[in-house]
Design a protein around this ligand. Structure first.
Ligand SMILES: [Zn+2]
Length: 101
């Protein structure tokens, strides 16, 4: 506490922090944070104003099919697939029970 040394992350991530709109590398900006982290940033390349947390949170992924054009987080997509598989299992089990002699 009270140190003037810049924060050094315990483990370096592979991908540098990038502007959510233009992809400009924000590593220089992040390295300039000494005593605190701003809640919002303005990209020096494209001028977009965004929440700093977006530098470190994975972006939602685009999906195909009936939900094309919508954006969904990877965690929600996995939960939806697992829930769909569970419902399919319940339906198949019910059909097998009904057809069993
Ligand atoms: Zn930008």
């Amino acid at each position: 506490m009270g140190s003037k040394e810049p924060h050094k992350p315990a483990a370096k991530s592979k991908a540098p922090p990038r502007c959510p709109r233009c992809g400009y590398n924000q590593s220089g900006e992040v390295a300039s944070w000494v005593e605190s982290c701003p809640l919002r940033l303005r990209c020096p390349e494209c001028g977009v104003d965004f929440a700093t947390v977006r530098l470190f949170r994975p972006a939602p992924i685009a999906i195909a099919g009936p939900l094309a054009g919508r954006r969904i987080s990877g965690k929600l997509l996995i939960r939806t697939i697992i829930f769909g598989a569970f419902i399919l299992l319940v339906i198949v089990t019910a059909i097998q029970s009904a057809l069993a002699p």
